[in-house]
Design a protein around this ligand. Structure first.
Ligand code: ADP
Length: 215
């Protein structure tokens, strides 16, 4: 369960997220849309513990989120806009790194990573350097890295923006599959198909959140 209470994010004088409160139970997908600069990424970073709160609180399954390392350890997975991949490592290495904190290297880990690469349609590309992959392929590697972590909260920031329609549907299905596994999922998106498929749809505008369709 993701619970936000009066969450406010400021950068200097600019309020990027203003007094946002909601809950996303396990098994549900919330889509957040809104114009560029509305505060969608800042909202996801706040949930992920990646940006300090000026006010309010984020709680995930009972843990108050104070910083990114603690959130990551608690299973809060962020699939960032721009992918956040290490370009000089292979796709497989990018998937492995976040898992090593909690898992021993070995066959089980290798299987999980291979499965995630297969799920995004990149079973054959695991040993390619990220910088050798296209933008869309990199985006799918970032999604594979996210789902391989089997988090309790999954935050996807425009994770279908560079994909063709087949891969967009594939990634959307995977994010819904994360919810069926028991995760609470939040997707920031400009894509109406992604928003329509979600259980709830919120709109961000100048840091304020309103509901188009409640969860
Ligand atoms: P969105 O994801 O909806 O495009 P963002 O959360 O990226 O919105 O940005 C919200 C506002 O905060 C914008 O005005 C943006 O310029 C500003 N902003 C985002 N990140 C920073 C930062 N690190 N420092 C200062 N301002 C920022």
């Amino acid at each position: 369960m993701i619970s936000l209470s009066q969450v406010t994010v400021r950068y200097g004088d600019l309020t990027a997220v203003s007094d946002v409160s909601f809950t996303v139970p396990p098994g549900f997908v919330l889509a957040v849309s809104g114009p560029s600069g509305a505060g969608k990424s800042s909202l996801l970073w706040a949930i992920a513990g990646a940006v300090p709160l000026a006010k309010g609180q984020v709680e995930i399954d009972g843990l108050v989120i104070l910083d990114r390392p603690a959130a990551a350890q608690h299973g809060v997975v962020l699939i960032p806009q721009g992918n956040g991949l290490a370009r000089v490592l292979t796709a497989r290495e990018n998937l492995t790194i976040p898992l090593l904190a909690a898992h021993k290297p070995g066959e089980e880990l290798d299987r999980r990573i291979q499965q995630a690469l297969e799920d995004v349609g990149l079973a054959e590309s695991g040993d390619h350097l990220v910088e050798e992959l296209s933008g869309g392929e990199q985006q799918r590697v970032a999604v594979a890295r996210g789902i391989a972590q089997q988090g309790r909260a999954v935050l996807a920031d425009e994770s279908t923006s560079e994909l063709d329609s087949t891969n967009r549907q594939r990634v959307l299905d995977l994010l819904h599959e994360e919810a069926r596994r028991g995760a609470a999922v939040v997707i920031a998106t400009h894509d109406p198909t992604v928003a329509d498929s979600a259980d709830g749809h919120a709109l961000m505008d100048e840091g304020h959140l309103s509901w188009l369709r409640r969860l």
